[in-house]
Design a protein around this ligand. Structure first.
Ligand SMILES: Nc1ncnc2c1ncn2[C@@H]1O[C@H](COP(=O)(O)OP(=O)(O)O)[C@@H](O)[C@H]1O
Ligand SMILES: [Mg+2]
Length: 259
């Protein structure tokens, strides 16, 4: 399970995204960027944040801590802005939080440098999970205390929005090239070393590592998924998808690897 906190105050909306994420204060005195279940893409985006974010962490990519944020009705009732109030009241219960990095800057690829190895690992990871949301226009990278951090994986793993109905369809989905345009990637100008990333990271994406990431998704977000009998069945489908995707030749979905 992810660590659990309870929101004590809605601090401010983060205007950039369409999903109305916000900074909230919690009962552990921490501040979190909350993503709400009642927002546009709903719980599927929150599931993607956890599966992709925790997988990234297992690959030693820098992802701020993820927690679940309990939201009580009182916080919504006390909110004066009607649009935010509606979102909060629709999201009473469990939501997702990411440790808020105070004073972090949006990463500017023209102002900060990373090495080709790191750029390669991030670009490889984004292609693995089909993350189209890390372009130079919209980097979803923060710079904090001189180091880059990966945020916002809600748009990745889109296959779970409409689960393939059998093993053959799941395999086809996993073998398909990602829609990620590597030329537009936030770190493209650092000449990502994809071959080194593939050599280093592919062996780490084992069924156990995928299972550890999906185990952190709350059962209630995986229950009632059409075509599945239980939350663990959905977790198993994620594991199968990644097993299909990791199989060689990975140039099927990452042509830059060659061969
Ligand atoms: N952990 C964090 N610490 C500090 N700022 C953050 C953090 N997460 C997000 N932000 C800020 O909030 C903005 C929106 O968050 P993001 O996760 O990208 O949501 P969206 O899905 O709306 O794009 C980011 O562009 C960034 O400026
Ligand atoms: Mg974003």
């Amino acid at each position: 399970m992810l660590r659990k906190v309870t929101a004590t105050r809605y601090v401010t909306p983060l205007k950039e995204g369409g999903s109305l994420p916000a900074i909230v204060e919690a009962d552990d005195l921490g501040m979190y960027v909350a993503k709400f279940r009642g927002a546009g893409q709903g719980r599927k985006a929150l599931i993607a944040e956890i599966v992709a974010g925790e997988l990234g962490r297992a690959l030693e990519l820098p992802v701020p801590e993820l927690v679940t944020v309990q939201l009580d009705e009182a916080i919504g009732k006390g909110e004066p802005d009607p649009e935010i109030q509606e979102l909060l009241l629709k999201s009473v219960g469990m939501n997702l939080g990411m440790d808020y990095l105070p004073g972090a800057l949006n990463f500017d690829p023209l102002a900060f440098e990373v090495d080709a190895g790191f750029a390669g690992r991030v670009a490889w990871f984004d292609t693995l999970i089909g993350n189209v949301d890390r372009s130079w226009r919209n980097p979803n990278l923060m710079r904090w205390h001189g180091k880059p951090y990966l945020i916002d994986h809600g748009a990745s793993l889109i296959f779970q929005h409409s689960w393939p109905q059998d093993a053959a369809a799941l395999e086809r989905s996993a073998r398909r090239p990602a829609r990620v345009e590597l030329a537009d990637h936030a770190l493209a100008r650092f000449e990502p070393d994809l071959k080194a990333a593939d050599d280093a990271l592919a062996p780490l994406v084992t069924p156990d590592v995928v299972a550890a990431a999906t185990a952190l998704v709350p059962d209630e977000w995986l229950a009632d998924e059409p075509g599945f009998d239980s939350p663990d069945d959905v977790r198993k489908a994620f594991a199968d998808w990644f097993a299909f995707r990791l199989r060689a030749p990975r140039s099927e979905w990452l042509p830059e690897l060659g061969g």
